[in-house]
Design a protein around this ligand. Structure first.
Ligand SMILES: C[S@@+](CC[C@H](N)C(=O)[O-])C[C@H]1O[C@@H](n2cnc3c(N)ncnc32)[C@H](O)[C@@H]1O
Length: 297
């Protein structure tokens, strides 16, 4: 959704942009190309992505600054004002394709799912082997919207009593038994995605980054977020809506005691979805939801 991102970010205004999810570098490069006076802080917690995109962006010289960090940390640890901020959440197709990163449910994939190589950070296998049945049920219910979350967590705990989880084959076996012969690709994808969200604490990180980046936007600065999961989208929708309200006092307060003015306004009343052409070229785009917000002048 490069065109839609540019339409909202408007890099032709120039200034400093923050791309918190560099990935393959497509959006960063598009911003640099569209704005002769724009520069980009390009962040990715995946060192591998940074290396590959770094090569692609070499010719842009010091108009792009590469940062290997979590986007919430990168947003909070810098104070330079921003003309625009972009988060294109989730994993890249490159990460899904790399079997050793353990994001995919293809046979024989190690259950890893960490986006960054923090030594000692728990992997998806660690969660399945060590988390309590209740915590696993929460992950399947909250992040995977799995109605049978408790039963699925019980099946995981039973299975790890026999043999510990190590690869996708172990988890697929449990899922095959749990869902039966009518299991769909979507069922697997939901459960794998739920584990990935838990492994990387993705929702808490998103909430932190939203606030930190809003604070750094200069007046009329624009925030664009592309999300692929309903919970991510709800967090973004609620934040943009709350920031656009003039008064956030509890209704029982007789006099307004809050900020008393909207911090900005939403530029998208409904989420913008990818067009037919993009969806047929890239199936991941089907679930993409773009929301944009502009800081008050
Ligand atoms: C969907 S891809 C981004 C694709 C990118 N917009 C492009 O044009 O190629 C998401 C990327 O964001 C990174 N990422 C996801 N969550 C992150 C976080 N909390 N901090 C930093 N990078 C993150 C992933 O490692 C992945 O490379």
């Amino acid at each position: 959704m490069v065109a839609e991102v540019l339409e909202h970010l408007r890099p032709e205004r120039g200034g400093l942009y923050f791309d918190g999810t560099l990935g393959g570098g497509g959006h960063t490069e598009a911003i640099l190309r569209a704005g002769a006076a724009a520069s980009v802080i390009a962040v990715d917690q995946d060192m591998e992505a940074l290396k590959v995109a770094g090569l692609r962006l070499e010719s842009w010289g010091d108009r792009v600054e590469l940062v290997n960090a979590n986007f919430a940390d990168a947003a909070e640890s810098d104070e330079r004002p921003l003309a625009g901020a972009l988060l294109d959440l989730g994993v890249s197709s490159h990460q899904l394709d790399e079997a050793e990163r353990g994001f995919s449910f293809r046979p024989g994939t190690r259950l890893d799912m960490r986006m960054s190589a923090v030594p000692g950070a728990p992997t998806a296998a660690d969660l399945l082997n060590d988390w309590s049945q209740g915590d696993l049920a929460d992950v399947f219910y909250r992040y995977g919207e799995e109605r049978g979350s408790r039963r699925l967590a019980a099946a995981v705990v039973r299975r790890r009593g026999e043999r510990r989880f190590s690869t996708s084959d172990d988890l697929n076996e449990v899922l095959d038994r749990f869902y039966g012969p009518r299991i769909t690709v979507q069922d697997r994808a939901r459960i794998y995605q739920a584990l990935r969200i838990a492994v990387n604490d993705e929702l808490a990180v998103l909430e932190r980054a939203l606030v930190a980046l809003r604070e750094r936007l200069e007046s009329a600065g624009v925030f664009v977020v592309l999300s692929y999961h309903s919970l991510e989208d709800r967090i973004v929708k609620d934040a943009f809506r709350e920031w656009s309200r003039e008064c956030v006092c509890p209704p029982q307060l007789p006099v307004c005691r809050c900020r008393g003015a909207a911090l900005g306004k939403s530029l998208t009343r409904k989420p913008v979805m990818a067009g037919e052409d993009e969806v047929s070229a890239n199936t991941r785009a089907r679930s993409a939801r773009l929301r944009a917000w502009k800081k008050a002048v």
